[in-house]
Design a protein around this ligand. Sequence first.
Ligand SMILES: [Zn+2]
Length: 302
Amino acid sequence: MSTENTNPQKMQDLLAQTQHLQSESNPLSSYMRTPQIYFSLPSQGKYYGAGAVDMPINGETPVLSMSTRDELILKSPDALMNGQAVVDVIEHCIPSIKNAWEMPIVDLDTALISIRIASYGEQMGYSSTCPECSEFSEYEIDLRNFLDATIDLSDYEDTIEFKDLKIKLKPQTFRSSNSTNLEVFEQQRLITLVNDESLDAEQKQDKFNEIFQKMTSLTVKNIIGSIEYILLPDGTRVTNTGFVEDFITNSDRGVFEKIEKHQAMINEKMPNKTVTTSCPDCNKEYDTPFTFDQSNFFALAS
Ligand SMILES: [Zn+2]
């Protein structure tokens, strides 16, 4: 080890220089990302876990464009599958969202679309084949149409009555929705696997029954995950997931069906993500479903 840096004066100078560097603002900072657009979260900041969102007073959330790092994150297939890439990019581009795992799922599409607009602009290209004349064409849509669509969450405020209980629902978090999606994906993989295996009919049936049971329990898990609390006549709010799960699995089907029906009603009110496409060849107008799946959504832009 060299001894020349042990000179106390030299050490002092070096330290001063480092501190100077730290306190001085980066002259490149004005070239870095600044908010590109502002948008309102459909949830308006409700239904987030504690500390997961820091809402601006006017309710307008700033959105920064994706950095080189974000684009690299989104290109990693593993990170996309487990949801971490989406969480990282949302937290990095929408600074008001502190913990995107705890974001209600009703905000997901709006958040992704706003990041897409902030990064690549309002227009987005897509291609579609006409159902009438089979003509394949390229089109463009204005993503602001999707941002402007009103999302009615008022039915989450109503409670479901069962005997003298009141059941209150909430939108699922990204964490719980992502984990369900992964499990459903796994079961679908198993179905293909069982189909291809050289098993006799009875063995296959057993395996399918197993998968069916797993899918049923996923549906139940989903419903339990969407319960915010159950209110007793004496005013007690039961929020403990274990107690709620116990109640749902040990009640008759009536309660489960009521909750499912209420959830379906809420889902029906969600704006349809379709885009009206008009074929340049035969003038046929048709609706194209639009999926804001994060993997294809961002891949289209690059
Ligand atoms: Zn056509």
